[in-house]
Design a protein around this ligand. Structure first.
Ligand code: GZL
Length: 316
């Protein structure tokens, strides 16, 4: 069917204006859960940024269960959303549902955590922190801290994040890569606290009950587990941050308050405020603009002596 030249001209002039009346972009977002202060801040950033960007957000909380995330992704596919974004609770087990999204022509953005897939075309881009580097930063702080120590051994206990999750795997990897340079530093116990305060406290209690080796350092994969462990250390009659040096990751408000109280020694920042970048990415992806396959978040390291000054500036 051929349109008269004047109609085509009119349409081409009207199109930009018409786009203002286009239906808002619809994003299906599957969130890990509400397990930590970090996660709460991440959810708040995603929701406020979607509102700000005029994006209709369909938000699903998976309560840290992969099967709930798979269900949510399938629901978004059935609803024919324009784009799917999710933070995968664990790295593996996503091929099938991501193939379903691809078959439905719905682009997928990974946010916060990565997946292990054989076909990288199953997602368009991954925006999140470099967890291996966060583990390295934690270990480098410890190396500096014990550089002048005459102790024959530095015994570390480790509270790992959720088993199988990218941050738990990579934070362990980065930490172990760096401590290898000092044979005195040994991880004597390591167990998952699932990124929660309650589990962090419970596992630290079990570490403290085992009296065969003195605990010099706690390395916690997130602040919430460290804060739970601080309670366990105090209940055991020890001084957290003094009798046991505590290193954690995230940089949430609770960590700055613990550092200000002298109960935590250092937190490696992991920025949860990905919302605005994610929404712009979604618009670019839907508009089929080229985007980077891997977008890293810039982060710092904060020590106890900086806590009081930095606390008022914290946005999460
Ligand atoms: C890291 C994020 C982790 C945080 C935890 O980007 O996936 O999950 O470190 C959170 O606090 O539970």
């Amino acid at each position: 069917m051929r349109f008269p030249r004047r109609t085509l001209l009119a349409l081409s002039l009207a199109l930009p204006a018409l786009s203002a009346f286009a239906a808002p972009l619809v994003m299906g977002f599957s969130q890990v859960g509400a397990e930590s202060e970090w996660r709460t801040a991440n959810t708040s950033s995603v929701k406020s940024a979607a509102k700000e960007a005029g994006i209709t957000l369909k938000f699903a909380d998976a309560q840290q269960k992969q099967e709930n995330q798979v269900k949510a992704l399938r629901s978004f596919i059935a609803q024919k959303v324009d784009v799917i974004a999710f933070s995968p609770v664990v790295e593996s087990g996503w091929e099938t549902v991501l193939k379903e999204a691809k078959a439905a022509g719905i682009p997928v953005i990974l946010t916060d955590r990565a997946v292990k897939v054989t076909d990288e075309s199953l997602y368009v881009t991954f925006i999140g922190s470099d967890f291996v580097e966060e583990g390295r930063k934690a270990a480098k702080w410890l190396l500096d801290r014990v550089a002048k120590s005459t102790a024959p051994a530095i015994n570390v206990v480790e509270l790992q994040g959720t088993v199988g999750s990218a941050p738990a795997i990579d934070r362990k990897k980065g930490f172990e890569e760096i401590i290898k340079s000092n044979a005195k530093i040994q991880i004597i116990r390591s167990q998952s606290g699932d990124f929660t305060r309650a589990k962090g406290k419970e596992v630290m209690e079990s570490f403290l009950k085992q009296k065969d080796k003195k605990i010099d350092v706690l390395y916690a994969h997130n602040d919430d587990m460290a804060i739970g462990a601080i309670q366990a250390i105090e209940e055991a009659g020890l001084k957290p941050g003094v009798d046991i040096t505590i290193i954690s990751i995230d940089g949430v408000r609770g960590a700055f308050e613990a550092m200000k109280a002298g109960k935590l020694n250092v937190t490696v920042e992991c920025n949860p405020l990905l919302g605005p970048q994610l929404m712009q990415l979604a618009k670019d992806v839907v508009a089929k603009k080229p985007v980077e396959k891997r977008i890293k978040v810039i982060e710092g390291v904060y020590t106890a002596d900086q806590a009081a000054k930095e606390l008022p500036n914290r946005k999460y």
